[in-house]
Design a binder for this molecule. Structure first.
Ligand code: NAD
Length: 372
């Protein structure tokens, strides 16, 4: 490797984007622990200090290539708490009205949008206009049209748009993908994805059509949608779907309680998936080929992910997903690293096209052709 200075010059990274990263706390990831890292550090502001934002902030404390340096929140008391907990300077704190001013802040490289789904579109576009890289939680938007507008805005502003697809860096998931690519399962014939949990508080934003964009499919079913693509290695060409609702008071018009959907792939393989807000213990992926199979259960929860294939248990290390994700995102932004499974805005638009198609298929009862 060149000297640190050569490395930085090659990347065109401003000296302001740097500081020496801590050496500790990375034992859970595939990075080697106790190794000095003196490359660029991605300085991130988190927008939305809710439950997942808190999880990401905690996980980032173990990162060496990414650092939490700012917040955007509508709640001053939370900002104060985060400032003292994570040593965030007042000049890096914003609210939802003034965060466009982040464009004048040279100490923030990226904003991670972790707010309710219905806010992502406008917030990411504002982040792009402020000239900062945007990291956005899933689902990236409420539909493919919104998603494409976000991709276009980030392209226009020459910033990256990346989505919090943490499973794309999960070791057992990546091992199944490696084995599938190596032909270990033979010709892939079938994928099953089961994703769900029993949702509580009926007043939460996840059950509000405007903020959530739908119901279980937007929130948890998206894992089976995205998983069906990375597990089979193909993009669907047709979709069928059926919706069932047992509680129309809690799950209002446009908020799905349970949806089952099926995909057809160009090879002739098919997928059958279930997304629900009505059942617990549903977190399972199953991939079947003519020479073998892979099973992940739990498949997309925070972990530990467990799994086996026809040749035995998967033994890859357990990681903190959000720590690894943020380290990898730093590599994507600063070194143009290409992840094995993409996490960019275009990848998210494909999932949003499938969400649009699933809702259409469920509403019309018709098979819907898709082109991703
Ligand atoms: P949450 O309700 O815990 O937090 C949402 C935050 O947004 C809160 O701090 C809230 O104050 C803020 N907010 C700003 N404007 C708001 C408004 N108009 N209405 C309601 N809240 C508003 O939700 P969460 O579980 O942290 O989810 C946030 C996002 O993260 C969602 O898009 C969700 O899908 C995603 N998420 C991803 C994962 C994952 O594993 N990748 C896990 C959980 C959530």
């Amino acid at each position: 490797m060149n000297s640190r200075r050569d490395f930085l010059q090659k990347l065109g990274v401003s000296a302001l984007a740097l500081h020496l990263a801590p050496l500790s706390g990375w034992a859970d990831s595939k990075n080697k622990p106790n190794e000095t890292y003196d490359g660029p550090v991605l300085r991130v502001a988190i927008m939305g200090l809710g439950s997942y934002g808190t999880r990401v902030a905690e996980a980032m404390q173990s990162c060496v290539k990414a650092k939490l340096v700012g917040v955007i929140s509508g709640t001053p008391s939370k900002v104060k708490d985060w400032q003292s907990k994570y040593a965030i300077p007042a000049k890096n704190c914003y609210n939802y009205e003034n965060f466009d001013d982040i464009k004048n802040n040279p100490d923030i490289d990226a904003v991670y949008v972790i707010t309710p789904n219905g806010l992502h579109h406008d917030q990411v576009i504002r982040v792009a206009k402020a000239g900062k890289h945007a990291i956005c939680e899933k689902p990236m938007a409420l539909n493919a049209k919104q998603g494409q507008e976000m991709v276009d805005a980030c392209k226009k502003a020459n910033v990256k748009l990346l989505v919090g697809y943490r499973m794309h860096f999960e070791p057992k998931t990546l091992e199944v993908i490696r084995m599938r690519k190596a032909g270990d399962f033979g010709k892939v014939l079938f994928f099953q994805g089961l994703c769900g949990f029993s949702i509580g508080d009926p007043t939460q934003w996840r059950l509000n059509k405007q903020l959530a964009g739908g119901g279980s499919l937007m929130d948890i079913g998206i894992y089976a949608i995205n998983g069906s693509r990375y597990m089979t290695g193909e993009d669907p060409v047709w979709v069928t779907a059926q919706e069932t609702k047992t509680d129309p008071v809690k799950f209002k018009e446009g908020v799905d309680e349970t949806i089952q959907f099926q995909f057809g792939f160009p090879s002739g393989a098919t997928a059958s998936c279930l997304s629900t807000y009505k059942m617990n213990n549903l977190d399972r992926f199953f991939l079947n080929g003519d020479k073998g199979f892979a099973e992940l259960q739990p498949s997309t929860g925070y972990g530990p992910i467990k799994g086996r294939t026809n040749i035995g248990e998967l033994t890859q290390p357990v990681t903190v997903h959000q720590t690894v994700q943020m380290e990898e995102i730093a590599g994507i932004i600063f070194e143009n690293k290409q992840p094995i499974v993409p996490i960019d805005g275009e990848e998210a638009v494909k999932d949003l096209k499938l969400i649009d198609a699933i809702y259409l298929a469920a509403k019309t009862g018709q098979k819907v052709d898709v082109k991703l």
